[in-house]
Design a protein around this ligand. Structure first.
Ligand code: PEP
Ligand code: MN
Length: 632
């Protein structure tokens, strides 16, 4: 049952309710949600709910209708986020686990670890105790394999996962791995589930070969009921009449499991298909269906693998898959998780601590919940960041310059509306600010009203003129609504929250609705779904060093002579440097003269970029490097 506690419950009342439930044989778990705090109570006995309802401090009692209780969404509305070291599963993230089917030796697993880490995996897999169909197949290296796996994880900064097949090995498993994997064949090994649960370590529970979704969730319930708090579900395909693939990926189980349960769902496209070439498309489909992550088999030399070689990706296939996932992530409104980036070094400097304590303060334009804030959370990805709202773009630059914020983020371009010219001009005016990173997000608008608003109660809709314009087709269906331009999208939500009138609604991103505790009346109301905004991350010159940059931005003016721009461009094309964008802006104070802004793709070895800059400085005027950076 779910016991919703009164908002201002006293501690001694809370203790009394707990004791009452303990005494009746219930296992109690406290869940602190955004809206309310609840006790989830499960046990073998049933009692009259009224006995609990009358206890002081209890607001209401709700029975859980599903046979799985602790795993159920009824108990906990918010997504559970499972944390394993620096990696988190669940919420708005995609986490990719990769590695060979089995640990085959020290060198092999170290090589695999470096390779998958380089491509973007955040956790390393490798079986040491292998449940093989044939007793004559490679059975894994056992404890020796676990030692190598742990070493490879430590060498690359990745937590590791390995399969547990027997209660007898629980101690050695827990000693070496960060997350236990319960394999498909053991999903209903209830004794194993109980022992694992009692250790309360992170665990990934694979769906059994022939298990229904309910049986799978009941198995998760065993883990939770015996004490596990960090459980991830893993769909890995089920047995069907189809023999072409090793199993059939039950793609619909992903949204269903996520609807029925608050636990994160990860998908294993390798065991689901058994065929290397089918792994990437199926992996992308799983993420499109809502999976929180993947576990993928990758081997440095799959043709020599001791197990599951035919379904293991070649290194270059995995690298390509990671890039495709990166491209898909803004579409599904998630961020691909990265381990702390070794490429970006941020030396500490005086001035930051006054504003942000130990947190990384990042300036953005707009109110809390703005698209820029979403973009910075996507780029920096850690909970240690402190988004600092600034009233306009110029103050984002000045906050970075005076050191009150360590970074800033600014939108540069929208895929439908084009460049944000003000920011190009500011880049020119602040020569001590550098671009050190880039990210993009998909722009999805929601119609947001006060908690009591309905579609019928609305008379006026507020938003930034861009927000109103981008939702024109939806607004056209309601000609009776007055469209009111406002200075900011998130600001319009803050405004309706303050006014509290169900007749006044706003258009902004759905996050703004949660920030201001307003109601989302309709999501995805933008006319064109291909709506993306690209952002630049700013820092003070010389304070951030970006290694292995993939892009550079420069600006320059040209002499007023025929072919002047062409000869600048020739410097780049001669060196095979690919131009990604060319923008021109009037130079303030010099009518009819222009500044050119160029984005250039950098080859992996940097190519001839330095030499090109050298040569450009001879033909261009006021040449300046805006920054070399990586896209995320
Ligand atoms: C594995 O992950 O290597 C494995 C054996 O998976 P499953 O239990 O899904 O067959
Ligand atoms: Mn395998």
């Amino acid at each position: 049952m779910i016991i919703v506690l009164e908002r201002n419950i006293r501690d001694d009342d809370k203790t009394r309710i707990r004791e009452f439930l303990d005494q009746k044989g219930f296992r109690v778990r406290e869940i602190v949600g955004e809206e309310e705090t609840i006790f989830g109570a499960v046990g073998q006995l049933t009692i009259d709910l009224r006995e609990v309802e009358v206890l002081r401090g209890v607001a209401r009692v709700i029975p859980i209708s599903k046979p799985y209780k602790l795993a159920s969404r009824e108990l906990k509305k918010e997504d559970t986020v499972v944390r394993v070291g620096p990696v988190a599963f669940g919420g708005r993230r995609i986490a990719v686990i990769a590695g060979p089917c089995s640990v085959e030796g020290r060198e092999e697993i170290l090589e695999a670890a470096h390779m998958v880490r380089e491509s973007g995996a955040v956790m390393l897999r490798g079986g040491a105790f292998k449940p093989r169909t044939s007793p004559y197949s490679f059975q894994g290296l056992g404890e020796e394999g676990l030692r190598y796996l742990k070493e490879a994880g430590e060498a690359t900064g990745m937590p590791v996962i390995s399969e547990i097949v027997s209660t007898a090995t629980i101690d050695v498993m827990v000693e070496h791995v960060d997350m236990l994997q319960v394999g498909a064949r053991n999903m209903q090994n209830f004794e194993l589930l109980k022992v694992i649960g009692s250790r309360n370590v992170p665990v990934m529970l694979k769906r059994g070969l022939a298990a229904t979704i309910e049986e799978w969730l009941m198995a998760a319930e065993y883990l939770l009921a015996h004490g596990a708090e960090q459980v991830i579900l893993c769909e890995r395909g089920i047995r069907t009449f189809e023999t072409y693939t090793r199993n059939s990926l039950d793609i619909s189980s992903i949204p269903i499991a996520k609807k029925l349960s608050h636990l994160p769902v990860v998908v294993d496209p390798s065991h689901a298909t058994g065929i290397r070439s089918e792994v990437p498309p199926v992996a992308l489909a799983a993420l499109a269906a809502g999976a929180d992550g993947l576990i993928v088999e990758v081997h440095p030399r799959p043709d020599e693998a001791l197990s599951d070689g035919p379904q293991s990706l070649y290194p270059d296939q995995f690298e390509r898959l990671m890039r495709d996932i990166e491209a898909l992530s803004p579409v599904v409104e998630k961020e691909v998780q990265r381990l702390p980036d070794k490429g970006v070094r941020v030396p500490a400097f005086a001035g930051v601590s006054e504003v942000a304590g130990d947190q990384l303060s990042i300036a953005f334009q707009g109110e809390r919940g703005a698209f820029s804030e979403l973009a910075l959370l996507r780029y920096f990805q850690s909970e240690g960041v402190l988004p600092v709202p600034r009233p306009d773009f110029r103050s984002v630059f000045t906050s970075v310059l005076d050191g009150s914020c360590r970074y800033g983020i600014i939108p540069l371009e929208n895929s439908l509306a084009g460049s944000i010219h003000e920011n190009y001009d500011l880049l020119l005016q602040f020569p001590d600010i550098r671009i050190v990173g880039e990210t993009q997000i998909r722009i999805i608008h929601s119609l947001i009203g006060t908690p009591t608003a309905t579609m019928e109660s609305i008379k006026r809709v507020l938003s930034h003129p861009q927000g109103l314009a981008q939702c024109a087709r939806f607004l056209d269906q309601h000609p009776e609504w007055e469209r009111v331009p406002f200075y900011d999208t998130a600001g319009s939500v803050a405004h309706i929250a303050k006014v509290g009138d169900p007749a006044v609604a706003a258009i902004a991103n759905s996050e703004a609705a949660s920030v201001y505790k307003m109601k989302r009346l309709k999501d995805g109301i933008e006319t064109n779904p291909h709506n993306y905004t690209r952002f630049a991350v700013l820092a003070r010159d010389s304070e951030v060093e970006v290694t292995r940059p993939t892009k550079a931005s420069i600006l320059f003016a040209t002499p007023d002579t025929p072919g002047a721009l062409l000869s600048c461009m020739a410097v780049l094309s001669k060196r095979n440097l690919n131009l990604k964008k060319l923008e021109s802006r009037p130079i303030h104070g010099k009518p009819w003269q222009y500044m050119f802004y160029l984005d250039i793709e950098l080859p992996a070895d940097g190519g001839d970029f330095d030499a090109a800059m050298e040569e450009l400085s001879a033909v261009a005027i006021e040449l300046r490097l805006l920054g070399r950076y990586r896209e995320r």
